[in-house]
Ligand binder design. Structure first.
Ligand SMILES: Nc1nc2c(ncn2[C@@H]2O[C@H](COP(=O)(O)OP(=O)(O)O)[C@@H](O)[C@H]2O)c(=O)[nH]1
Ligand SMILES: Nc1ncnc2c1ncn2[C@@H]1O[C@H](COP(=O)(O)OP(=O)(O)O)[C@@H](O)[C@H]1O
Length: 203
């Protein structure tokens, strides 16, 4: 009855305000689910202390980014606080076709484009326990100047208006609980009939 046929990978989108803990939760998630491929985005923003090219982001100039747009090489892209951010189309296509699940950490406009192009993508939004805690996390991280932090906090309120477009909402109170909830979501999604029907002969 059950055939061994390779399934297409699942596309997983994670969004949430700056400083909510996306990168932290993603590290925890990837340490438990080593089979998931994290998509390293392209950006024109400057690297922060401790960030490495090709690991956190592929850091490019505005000119290089605009060339990628012109060549139609991006699955999606958006401008966020005066910088471009975008996802390589080729890499994502290759991984998904090889049956590998792909995780994107992208903001709300990019997530909406992914939904349009790949309706089966799983969209997860992460929120902080409170707005005050979000502000504390951004200050404690100490990677951005005060005006940048204020800009990101303003943007957070706008971004939260898009929550109804997401399939799942996760509160990042503790990192382990948030990562655990995402793992549960992914397990349930992988059991959907549409993701397993190929396994059954003659259906
Ligand atoms: N649309 C889109 N957004 C991205 C991409 N990569 C990162 N982002 C988003 O860009 C925003 C800013 O990211 P970053 O400057 O690293 O700040 P951080 O979220 O505070 O760590 C975040 O909301 C990310 O989710 C991408 O490839 N496409
Ligand atoms: N659950 C949590 N509780 C307390 N601090 C957290 C939690 N998750 C993340 N942080 C801290 O908050 C700051 C922002 O986290 P980060 O992962 O860089 O956020 P994002 O990628 O969403 O911008 C970091 O200093 C991180 O250590």
């Amino acid at each position: 009855m059950v055939q061994k046929k390779k399934q297409r990978g699942q596309l997983i989108v994670l969004s949430g305000p700056s400083g909510v803990g996306k990168s932290t939760v993603i590290s925890e998630l990837l340490s438990e689910r080593k089979d998931i491929y994290f998509s390293v985005s392209f950006t024109t923003r400057q690297p922060r202390v401790g960030e490495a090219d090709g690991v956190n982001y592929n850091f490019v100039t505005r000119e290089q980014f605009e060339e990628m747009i012109a060549r139609d090489e991006l699955l999606e892209y958006a401008e966020y606080v005066h910088n471009y951010y975008g996802t390589s189309l080729r890499v994502i296509q290759e991984k998904l076709a090889a049956g590998i699940d792909v995780l994107l950490d992208i903001e709300v406009q990019g997530a909406a484009k992914v939904r349009e192009k790949c309706p089966e993508a799983i969209l997860i939004f992460i929120i902080p326990p409170s707005f005050e805690e979000l502000s504390r996390r951004l200050h404690r991280r100490a990677t951005d100047a005060e005006d940048v932090i204020q800009g990101r906090l303003c943007k957070a309120k706008e971004e939260c208006k898009q929550i109804p477009q997401y399939d799942y909402l996760v509160v990042n109170d503790t990192v382990s609980e948030a990562a655990g909830e995402i793992i549960s979501i992914l397990t349930a999604e992988s059991c959907r009939t549409r993701n397993r029907i190929n396994l059954v002969e003659g259906v």
